[in-house]
Design a binder for this molecule. Structure first.
Ligand code: HEC
Ligand code: HEC
Length: 268
């Protein structure tokens, strides 16, 4: 028996403490070795250059919406009307260069919500390009008919657009009713997403930001009810040129719930 500051420690206790310390040393050495050969080291540190696929698809989605606003804000002002825009179409100028203007918010062109009305062009949609190899889509974007030069759309923008077209589209038909524009979603669930994410900027009733004019206001509630295809595109991919998040990495059903809730918000 030894006296240790009043407490007494037996020989066997000392031996077991020493053996624990020895085995700890071993464990430490083992951990250090595994770290050194890379087994325990975190293998990826996401550097700036390594954008996730979810981010790139959303970026491509914003470019699809309005690439000039994403990249330049001002550049297309003097570009005139897109050469492939049909003469009988109702628009002129910069908007005719937006992918969505010819191929639609629902990616269905003449077979979707642009089958009639002021946005009709008679041009087909992009649903056949789902799953198409990225290089093939990039070639189409760069072809003569489209006429997008590198000065307008740099290569990384074309790459993101191609990824969006190939992997980022959704089939709207099963989730948005063509005739009634009603969304297959649960507005009660959607409210919690809306209030914790969107309300920060748009306000609880969606009327904090007016997209149009005082006399002819347009709020989230207006867009969601009148053009649910546009609304879900923006929820998934964000708003071109604006500091607004894209929620494409969440489950589609969550986003449909948000949209269903937005349809209950005031339109005026
Ligand atoms: C002014 C109208 C117009 C605009 C704007 C436009 N396109 Fe097109 N696009 C066309 C036409 C016309 C075709 C050929 C359709 C056909 O074959 O009938 C086409 C075809 C395509 C196809 C091939 C679809 C398939 O099924 O093979 C892809 C992909 C495509 N466009 C992507 C884009 C992207 C991305 C943008 C925006 C950067 C864009 N387009 C902007 C008119 C347009
Ligand atoms: C950080 C602020 C912010 C958040 C959060 C945000 N937005 Fe936005 N949103 C904006 C801004 C800024 C605009 C652009 C307004 C403009 O161009 O007049 C915008 C535009 C929009 C538009 C565009 C309407 C149009 O016709 O151009 C819709 C729809 C929209 N937001 C929906 C949403 C939804 C749904 C959410 C939540 C999922 C959300 N926003 C979250 C800032 C935000």
């Amino acid at each position: 028996m030894e006296a240790l500051g009043g407490a007494t420690v037996s020989q066997s206790q000392i031996r077991s403490i020493v053996s624990v310390m020895k085995s700890r040393k071993l464990i430490c050495a083992l951990v250090a070795a595994l770290w050194f050969i890379g087994v325990l080291r975190p293998s990826v540190v996401l550097a700036d250059a390594e954008k996730t696929e979810a981010w790139t698809i959303a970026y491509g989605g914003r470019l699809y919406d309005d690439w000039a606003k994403v990249l330049y804000r001002w550049y297309m002002k003097d570009a005139g009307t897109h050469p492939a825009y049909p003469a009988e179409g109702k628009l002129k100028g910069p908007d005719t260069w937006r992918c969505k203007e010819c191929h639609g918010w629902d990616y269905k062109g003449r077979d979707g919500s642009y089958s009639t009305g002021s946005h009709f062009t008679g041009i087909k949609g992009l649903r056949d390009a789902v799953g198409m190899p990225l290089e093939q889509i990039a070639r189409v974007i760069r072809d003569q008919r489209h006429g997008y030069t590198e000065l307008m759309l740099p290569n990384d923008a074309v790459a993101a657009l191609s990824l969006f077209v190939s992997k980022g589209q959704i089939d709207v038909e099963p989730v948005i009713n063509r005739a009634t524009k009603m969304v297959k979603g649960d507005p009660k669930r959607g409210a919690s997403f809306f209030q914790t994410i969107c309300a920060t900027c748009h306000g609880f009733d969606g009327r904090q930001i007016n997209f149009k004019t005082r006399n002819d206001p347009q709020f989230i509630g207006t867009v969601a009810s009148e053009n649910p295809w546009e609304a879900i595109h923006k929820i998934r991919n964000g708003q071109p040129g604006a500091p607004m998040p894209s929620l494409g990495a969440l489950e589609l059903q969550d986003l449909l719930d948000v949209l269903a809730y937005e349809q209950t918000l005031p339109k005026k």
